[in-house]
Design a protein around this ligand. Structure first.
Ligand code: NAP
Length: 285
């Protein structure tokens, strides 16, 4: 059996078309969503990531600005900039690109974003809401994973879902979202003993570690759905997932490639959350 390939590029493209239509209908009501991204310094990867977010936003009619600050900007200056954006009524959503230079405390900055504009969903108020099942901004990669699972045509209720990784931005929120869908969720991490014994019974595997080749065909049950969040550049700069894709795709029921799986969905969910922010503050369902 060869797995259904969950083509994140195509799924993201279709999803963005739907978002574009929603942006147009908002514009007819006189509202245009705007995403402001703060970038501190000149890290090449961050710069290209921020530019691709801007391009993707503009393509569907969301206004986008990059607030580009010097590498030696102080923490206070970053906080002042955030305060300005929090108060700016034209701004629907704010992102702060990480990593930040060492003089700027990342957590302090993330906590200074108005939770109503926190489209990354990293503010403690939004994390808290996620855990009590209140509507909120859900972090973009986990949200993208759930959308991909939707395309795998799997009813998650009662299924064994195994998440590898317990970070605050991927592993833990995706586990919570799987739980909301009534899956039975197991979270594995670096201290887990005998990962294989957990993986072999999984109907769904979400791997978010950053270790190429971690999940092999011996770990995967026939027909399981495998979502690979891992995104590690090799020596030639080529991105590698956590899953041994070529061998696992021969036995999985559905699988995401890297690149072209979860990655395109993450940016799409940034756009989704920006639109949601605009709708929420205008009281539009
Ligand atoms: P992270 O904060 O470094 O977390 C990695 C997690 O993996 C930790 O919970 C760690 O366990 C666990 N881990 C490490 N080695 C392990 C092992 N041998 N077996 C089982 N678990 C192990 O990373 P992250 O930010 O969640 O990102 C994870 C991966 O996803 C990275 O490759 C990142 O680039 C990628 N990513 C991709 C996207 C995208 O849009 N495609 C977005 C975000 C992240 P401990 O907690 O015990 O240390």
């Amino acid at each position: 059996m060869s797995a259904k390939i969950l083509d994140g590029k195509q799924i993201a493209k279709d999803y963005r078309q739907g978002l574009k239509e929603q942006v147009e209908s908002l514009q007819e009501k006189g509202y245009t969503p705007k995403l402001s991204v703060i970038l501190v310094g000149n890290d090449g990867a961050s710069l290209s990531y921020v530019k691709s977010k801007k391009k993707a936003a503009e393509k569907i009619g969301i206004i986008s600005e990059i607030v580009h600050l010097d590498e030696d900007t102080s923490e206070n200056e970053v906080l002042n900039e955030l305060e300005r954006l929090n108060k700016d009524d034209s701004v629907s959503g704010i992102l702060v690109q990480v990593p930040l230079p060492e003089q700027v405390n990342e957590q302090k900055v993330l906590e200074a974003i108005d939770p109503a504009k926190d489209v990354d969903g990293f503010h403690p108020a939004n994390i808290g809401k996620l855990y009590i099942d209140e509507q909120t901004f859900v972090p973009c990669t986990p949200l993208g994973v759930m959308e991909l699972l939707d395309h795998a045509d799997i009813d998650l209720e009662g299924k064994n879902a195994v998440v590898i990784g317990r970070s605050h931005i991927v592993g833990q929120p995706v586990s919570k979202l799987l739980l909301q869908k009534n899956a039975t969720v197991t979270i594995l991490h670096s201290r887990t003993k005998d990962m294989h014994s957990h993986l072999k019974d999984a109907d769904v595997i979400v791997s978010a570690v950053g270790q190429p080749g971690l999940v092999t065909k011996e770990d995967v049950k026939e027909g399981a759905v495998v979502i690979d969040v891992g995104n590690t550049p090799d020596d030639n700069g080529k991105l590698k997932g956590d899953v041994a894709y070529e061998e696992v795709k021969e036995i999985a029921g559905a699988i995401t490639p890297v690149p072209g799986g979860v990655g395109p969905m993450t940016i799409t969910m940034v756009l989704n959350n920006t639109l949601l922010a605009e709708k929420m503050r205008r009281g539009i369902k």
